[in-house]
Design a binder for this molecule. Structure first.
Ligand code: PMP
Length: 419
C-alpha cells in the first residue's frame, strides 16, 4: 500500500505539486456548510482552472464574433482561436488530420451523431450492434433508437462480478452480422478500464468499426487514436477540466466522408439551391449552425493546462490516490466496493450495508464532501450487482490524501450513526 506518509516522496519523484495545482482552481478553496469543500465528484464533472476561466473571459471580453466567413478582424480572430483549438484536440489525441475532429455538445451528442448518420445509412434489418453491460445510458439508448428503427439487434457483452468485460463472450457475439461495436473505454460507475486494443483488433478482423466512449478516459489515460486504431472516439470537454456544452467526435476520415450530415443548417453546406444542396468539406459537414465558440476555445485551454501538468503524471498520482482510498475505506466493516477490476481509473463506487447511498451522500455533504450517489446513468450495472445505487467518490488531479481521510472519517461516522 502506498501510505499517505510517502506522499511527499511520491510527489517529489513524479514532480507533482498538488498545492500549486489546487491554487489554480479557485472553486476548491471555498467552504460548504462551514467545512472546506472536498470535491470528489470528478467523474460527473471536473472543476475548471483559472487558465480555462481566463480563456473564456478573454474571448467574450475581446474576441466575441461569429466565426468562418467573416472578413472583419474580430471574426478572423475568433475563427483563428476556434480552429486552433481543433488543432490542439488533434494533437492531444494524435489524430491524423484536423478534419477528423468534430466539435459537438459532448459525448452524448457525438454518439448520437454516429448512430444517426453512420447507422442510418449502413445498418440494415437483422444486423447487430454490440455494446457492453457497463455502458452509460448515452452509449445504450442511441443504439436502441436506431436498432428499433432499422429492425436491427443490440447485443450486449456481459461483465463479471469484478466489473470486467468478459472477452470470451464478445468473441461469441461478434459475427458477419455485426455492423458496429461501441464500448466504453473506462466505466464511470465501476472505474474499469476495458481492453480496448484487443476489442478493436478482434472487431477489425471482422471489418467492423469500433466507437470508443472516452468520456471517462480522456482525463486519466493518454489517448492515441492512431495507436488504438479506433474508428470513432467521443468525449466531453467538461470532464477534461474544460467547459460544459462542448465535446468531440473523432472519426477516421474515410468513414466521415461516406457518412451523411447529422443536422442541416448554416456552415455545413457548400452550395444551397432549392433543387439541390451540396455539403461542406470535413469537419464542417457535421457542424451545422453557430457552434459553442467559447466552449471550444475553453477546451483548447484545458488541453494546454492538462498537457502542461502532464497526463502521465496526473494518471500516476490519481492511481496512488485510488489505491490509498480503496485500501482505507475497505477496512470499514459494512462497506463493499463495487467494481474491483485490476485496471481502473480513479473511480471508487461502494455500498454501505442497509444505508441508502442518498443518505450517505447527504451526510457527507454536511461534512463538506461532494460525492455522487445514484445509478450514475448505468442502470444495467446496478441490475447486474442487484443494487439500486452506489455512492461514488472519483478523484481528479487536485485531490489529496488528506481529503481521502476526510471521506473515510465521514463514512466511519455514518456507519456509527446508522448502526
Ligand atoms: N459516457 C460516460 C462513460 C460518461 O461518464 C458520461 C458522463 N457521465 C457520458 C458518456 C455522457 O457524457 P455527457 O453527459 O458529457 O454527454
Amino acid at each position: 500500500m502506498l501510505l499517505k506518509e510517502n506522499n511527499t516522496e511520491l510527489k517529489r519523484q513524479i514532480n507533482y505539486n498538488v498545492e500549486k495545482i489546487r491554487s489554480d482552481f479557485p472553486i476548491l478553496s471555498q467552504l460548504v456548510h462551514g467545512k472546506p469543500l472536498v470535491y470528489l465528484d470528478n467523474a460527473a464533472t471536473t472543476q475548471k482552472p483559472l487558465h480555462v476561466l481566463h480563456s473564456l473571459e478573454n474571448y467574450y471580453y475581446k474576441q466575441n464574433a461569429n466565426i468562418h466567413r467573416g472578413v472583419h478582424a474580430l471574426s478572423q480572430e475568433a475563427t483563428e482561436a476556434f480552429e486552433s483549438s481543433r488543432i490542439k484536440v488533434k494533437k492531444f489525441i494524435n489524430a491524423l488530420g484536423k478534419n477528423e475532429i468534430i466539435f459537438t455538445k459532448g459525448t452524448t451528442e457525438s454518439i448520437n451523431l454516429v448512430a444517426q448518420t453512420y447507422c442510418r445509412k449502413f445498418l440494415k434489418e437483422g444486423d447487430d450492434i454490440i455494446i457492453s453491460e457497463m455502458e452509460h445510458h448515452s452509449n445504450i439508448v442511441p443504439w436502441q433508437l436506431i436498432c428499433e428503427e432499422k429492425k436491427a439487434n443490440l447485443k450486449v457483452i456481459p461483465i463479471s462480478e469484478t466489473g470486467e468485460l468478459i472477452f470470451e463472450e464478445f468473441e461469441k457475439l461478434i459475427s458477419e452480422k455485426t455492423k458496429l461495436v461501441s464500448v466504453v473505454y473506462a466505466s464511470n460507475s465501476l472505474g474499469t478500464v476495458n481492453p480496448v486494443k484487443e476489442i478493436i483488433n478482434l472487431a477489425h478482423s471482422y471489418n467492423v468499426p469500433v466507437l470508443l466512449d472516452a468520456a471517462q478516459a480522456v482525463n486519466h489515460l493518454e489517448l492515441d487514436v492512431q495507436e488504438l486504431d479506433c474508428d470513432f472516439l467521443a468525449f466531453s470537454g467538461h470532464k477534461l477540466y474544460g467547459p460544459t456544452g462542448i465535446g468531440i467526435l473523432y472519426g477516421k476520415v474515410n468513414l466521415l466522408e461516406i457518412m451523411p450530415p447529422y443536422q442541416g443548417g448554416g456552415d455545413m453546406i457548400s452550395k444551397v439551391t432549392f433543387k439541390q444542396t451540396t455539403y461542406n468539406e470535413l469537419p464542417h459537414k457535421f457542424e451545422a449552425g453557430t457552434p459553442n465558440i467559447a466552449g471550444a476555445i475553453g477546451l483548447g485551454a484545458a488541453i494546454d493546462y492538462v498537457s502542461n501538468v502532464g497526463l502521465d503524471r496526473i494518471a500516476y498520482y490519481e492511481n496512488t490516490l485510488l489505491e490509498y482510498a480503496t485500501d482505507k475505506i475497505s477496512t470499514l466493516s459494512g462497506l463493499r466496493v463495487i467494481g474491483t477490476a485490476k485496471n481502473k481509473i480513479s473511480v471508487l463506487s461502494f455500498v454501505l450495508d442497509n444505508i441508502h447511498p442518498h443518505d450517505v451522500g447527504t451526510f457527507l455533504d454536511f461534512e463538506g464532501v461532494a460525492i455522487r450517489t445514484g445509478h450514475h446513468c448505468t442502470q444495467p450495472v446496478m441490475d447486474k450487482f442487484k443494487i439500486p445505487a452506489t455512492s461514488r467518490a472519483s478523484f481528479g488531479m487536485y485531490n489529496t490524501f488528506d481529503e481521502i481521510d476526510i471521506l473515510y472519517n465521514g463514512l466511519k461516522k455514518i456507519l456509527e450513526v446508522f448502526k
